[in-house]
Ligand binder design. Structure first.
Ligand code: SAM
Length: 220
């Protein structure tokens, strides 16, 4: 069987006791970047072998991994941070397991969009998770689609593109639409700020934007 295991998005205390136990018990842990995961493993004294499983090799190795799982191996999949499959590798392997009848269990745990959405103060009863927008082709089409949604939507964005993204959101949603920038969640410099889009842009234009970012935007 395959365990999909969320890992901390910043604060190492956010790993669960069950995640630690399973990471120690499985025969192999498939990891997005084995160097990043080695640091996590060293911190928690986990000695399980790590094997590369990332966006550049998942198509090539997925069937071999499922063969091993179908023959009885018990493995775990982790990504660099948060929940695998959420803007990270995971979907291909979960689908291949589902098709071959291999049991998949995903542990509940850290992911960036849930704390951003819930702390934003924007309606979170119904929401749309978009993740990263395409950088070029299709970006405007997605932005127009999102701007017309009746419910809150959530984007992942790099700090280098935040101002551009806020400008684009202002163009399609208008300057008064409420939005939230959640930065460095669970880390020392966590900042969650909800304002009309034009005021958010003014706030983040004052100094260089650093860290990891989730943008949450109210629906119409
Ligand atoms: N699998 C992860 C999850 O479950 O959220 C997402 C991985 S994706 C490659 C990385 C993006 O998630 C970052 O660029 C940022 O948008 C968001 N992110 C990850 N950690 C974050 C944090 N501590 N604070 C704010 N956003 C974060």
């Amino acid at each position: 069987m395959l365990y999909i295991i969320p890992t901390p998005i910043g604060n190492l205390e956010d790993i669960t006791l069950r995640a630690l136990r399973i990471l120690k018990e499985v025969s192999v842990v498939l990891a997005e970047d084995t160097r990043t995961s080695k640091r996590l493993f060293d911190h928690f004294g986990i000695k399980t072998p790590l094997r590369s499983f990332h966006a550049h090799n998942e198509h090539a190795v997925v069937e071999r991994v499922v063969d091993e799982l179908a023959s009885g191996a018990v493995m775990a999949l982790i990504s660099d941070a948060g929940t695998p499959g959420i803007s990270d590798p995971g979907f291909l392997l979960a689908r291949a397991c589902m098709r071959r009848g291999v049991r998949v269990e995903c542990l509940p745990g850290p992911t960036a969009f849930v704390p951003a959405l819930v702390a934003s103060g924007l309606p979170c009863d119904t929401f749309h998770f978009e993740g990263f927008l395409p950088h070029k082709k299709g970006r405007q089409t997605r932005l127009k689609y999102l701007s017309a949604l009746p419910h809150t939507f959530v984007l992942y964005e790099s700090p280098f593109r935040l101002i551009k993204c806020l400008d684009e959101l202002i163009a399609v949603c208008g300057p008064e639409r409420l939005a939230c920038v959640a930065r460095e969640l669970s880390k020392l410099h966590e900042e969650v700020i909800t304002l009309p889009l034009d005021e958010l842009k003014a706030h983040f234009s004052k100094k260089e934007v650093k860290g990891e970012i989730v943008v949450v935007v109210a629906g119409i």
